[in-house]
Design a protein around this ligand. Sequence first.
Ligand code: UDP
Ligand code: MG
Length: 137
Amino acid sequence: MERTLSIIKPDGVKRGLIGEVIKRLEANGIRIAAMKMIHMTKEVAQGFYAVHKEKPFFDSLTDFMSSGPIVVMVLEGEDVIKRYRELMGATNYKEAKPGTIRADFATDIEKNVVHGSDAPETAKTEIAYFFSELEIC
Ligand code: UDP
Ligand code: MG
């Protein structure tokens, strides 16, 4: 059993895609172990994306991620980190496989609807950034 952090980004929430994303998770046998809606401040978004702080897109990305509410979830399942990344599709929606969330809904390399942890270590840190053990069912 593995855990990963999923975020429905502000563009996904604004465009009414919460249900669509959750439907795809459940249809693929991925269990939601925790879920909440929050509105990050710029500082909280900067902390979450600290690994990208030297990147040219960091300022714009953290403005975007703090522009509105997001839905954060802990997902659980066998090999869920990789399986959820496959459902998400490539970072650049133009390169994402047809039928993935980003290929179907992203409008921009930045506004790409969803986030997912990329490895067990990052999943652990990212989950702990938003959830206490008590909030994970
Ligand atoms: N991003 C961007 N421009 C880029 C690369 C990434 O705006 O050239 C944004 C995009 O929203 C992406 C996030 O920064 O989802 C984090 O980038 P990462 O490379 O970690 O992609 P992900 O893990 O989300 O696929
Ligand atoms: Mg990433």
